[in-house]
Design a binder for this molecule. Structure first.
Ligand code: AMP
Length: 178
């Protein structure tokens, strides 16, 4: 599906969840059969043949995309969740939000030391969530082969933040502003 225009399939909701935010809603892309296939193909393609052993996806939209990318790469999927949601023993990493902090967690046996991991989420904005996910995976000894997102908001420079950690950042489409 090389000619599928992914950007036109993302719906923008102004002032959600609060005034001034342009929410980039990928549910319309996920709901389009050709769009979903093209999206998963384009996320996975740069990492095919790179020996990825696990895809780690960030709650919640990173689960939908990450599961499909893992299937395409022929590896397993590991969830990174908001604090308190994982049933087995987990480790956490805090990160800053606009107001206060939050914590994401991963099962401590979710990744084995040295395992090659691809990080997946739907969108990178400031990169705070992705940076916390990278630190979490590194605590478990993961070798992170890259981080892939459908949407980049380049004005917020999130990809630069991930790249500053030495991680390759790959995105499919961009929107101006935040
Ligand atoms: P950040 O940590 O600033 O990079 O924010 C990334 C997380 O927040 C991702 O999980 C996104 O799903 C969500 N997010 C941030 N900004 C937006 C936006 N404008 N539209 C949709 N989702 C967003």
């Amino acid at each position: 599906m090389p000619d599928t225009d992914l950007k036109s399939l993302v719906r923008t909701i102004p002032d959600y969840p609060k005034a001034g935010i342009m929410f980039r809603d990928i549910t319309t892309l996920l709901g389009d059969a050709k769009g979903l296939t093209a999206c998963i193909e384009r996320m996975a393609a740069p990492y095919a043949g790179k020996g990825v052993e696990a895809v780690a996806g960030i709650e919640a939209r990173g689960f939908i995309l990450g599961g499909a990318v893992a299937d395409r790469l022929g590896c397993g999927f590991v969830p990174i969740r908001k604090k308190g949601k994982l049933p087995a023993k987990a480790i956490g990493q805090d990160y800053e939000l606009e107001y206060g902090t939050d914590i994401i967690e991963i099962h401590e046996d979710g990744i084995k030391p040295g395992e090659k991991v691809l990080l997946v989420d739907d969108l990178i904005a400031t990169g705070g969530t992705a940076e916390a996910a990278v630190k979490l995976l590194q605590k478990l000894g993961a070798e992170i082969v890259g981080a892939v997102f459908v949407v980049d908001l380049p004005d917020l420079k999130g990809c630069g933040r991930v790249e500053a950690l030495g991680i390759d950042c790959h995105t499919l489409i961009e929107f101006e502003g935040d």
